[in-house]
Design a protein. Structure first.
Length: 275
């Protein structure tokens, strides 16, 4: 009697398992028809910062219905790619640079990456008929070094006319000038430098230029005549240039006269001279 009950229980369990599997299979088939077959795609294993270099431990595979796959995603046509394929895919992406922030779990796509070997340089960014001129800056003259490529600035020259401090004047010599680069950070280059390990171990240090504030010059796009003006002002160590940042949507050029110390002191200027 017990044997019959056990056998019946096993049969019922097998039937229940069969029906469950059949139901799950039918649901899977229905989902495949609706959303497409499942495929594997490479995703970010953790948050990846802008201009960060990709490494294998930052990447992993996830399974997605084909309909939810980004058109530019790095994916495989099958759900379970073999280890050889996955290893090669990770190796191929190692060393690439994320040109935009990538969130954890977000699909890795080719349009979010750049090849660090690209060297477009500065010259292609200069408009025909214009010139690129580098201007030295400090923490003060360079707007606390918060200026970045693509910003627009005015240039104020502080010049000594030969009569000491009282004869110095400040004049806005250029307005609405485009910043092409800060130091070595150029917008169409991968913003990073690779510093070789002096001990030859191969552990090179990768430094992001987007977060570098050690630059001491700013490169501006100017007209040829303006380049001459800047060269003349910079040739004298007594003269200095201060950047004045403006809104990117503000292209108005305001007529300004030069300023001297007497303009600031007004009626007090005569008393300063008597002293």
């Amino acid at each position: 009697m017990n044997n019959k009950a056990l056998t019946l229980s096993l049969v019922m369990a097998a039937l229940a398992l069969f029906f469950v599997q059949s139901y799950v299979t039918s649901v899977e088939e229905e989902q495949k028809k609706k959303f497409g077959t499942e495929v594997s795609a490479i995703v970010a294993k953790r948050d990846i910062k802008e201009m960060e270099t990709l490494k294998e431990n930052m990447l992993e595979f996830q399974i997605f219905p084909k309909r939810f796959l980004d058109p530019a995603a790095i994916a495989f046509s099958k759900k379970d790619p073999d280890e050889k394929e996955t290893s090669k895919a990770f190796r191929d992406l190692t060393g690439a640079v994320a040109i935009v922030p990538i969130k954890k779990g977000e699909q890795i796509t080719f349009n979010k990456l750049a090849d660090p070997s690209i060297r477009t340089g500065l010259a292609p960014q200069i408009a025909p008929g214009r010139r690129a001129v580098a201007v030295p800056v400090s923490e003060v003259s360079g707007i606390a070094k918060l200026v970045k490529p693509g910003d627009r600035v005015d240039l104020i020259a502080v010049m000594d006319t030969g009569g000491g401090k009282e004869s110095k004047l400040a004049k806005t010599i250029l307005q609405d000038v485009i910043v092409l680069s800060i130091g070595r950070y150029i917008t169409n280059n991968v913003a990073r430098t690779i510093e070789s390990d002096p001990y030859g171990t191969g552990n090179n240090k990768i430094r992001s230029l987007a977060e570098d504030f050690s630059f001491s010059s700013v490169t501006l796009e100017v007209e040829p005549a303006q380049a001459q003006t800047l060269a003349l002002i910079l040739a004298s160590g007594e003269n200095g240039i201060i950047l004045s940042l403006r809104n990117n949507d503000d292209s108005e050029r305001v007529p300004l006269s030069s300023s001297i110390l007497a303009d600031i002191l007004g009626s007090d200027a005569s008393r300063v001279k008597r002293k």
